[in-house]
Design a protein around this ligand. Structure first.
Ligand SMILES: [Zn+2]
Length: 105
């Protein structure tokens, strides 16, 4: 099981989400646009194949987080300024996204 990040900060002026993972003393900075592209809901990703339905190019580069809520102790629910709010990011999934963002940069 993935431990939750010890801190989550929405850096609205930089359009990124900062997550602190204590086990690696690692602060990861995820651009909103990337996070939005990885939305795991059924409308953005095929539930069975995991294939992406949402075209990342169609995402507004100025997309931001409208609202963030913890769901129990296992996930973060994010409502975006494009009106999309059905994505539930589990810690495990967030961690995976952070790791893939790290290997890209
Ligand atoms: Zn979605």
């Amino acid at each position: 099981m993935t431990l939750p990040p010890s801190d989550i900060k929405a850096r609205q002026s930089e359009f990124l989400l900062e997550l602190v993972w204590d086990d690696q003393a690692w602060t990861s900075r995820l651009p909103y646009k990337k996070l939005r592209a990885e939305c795991p809901c059924a409308g953005c990703k095929d539930e069975w194949t995991g294939a992406r339905i949402l075209d990342p190019e169609s995402i507004d580069p100025k997309i931001a987080i409208a609202e963030m809520d913890l769901v129990g102790s296992y996930a973060l629910k994010i409502a975006w300024t494009d009106g999309h709010s059905s994505g539930l990011f589990t810690w495990e999934n967030l961690r995976k996204i952070c790791e893939s963002a790290r290997s890209e940069s």
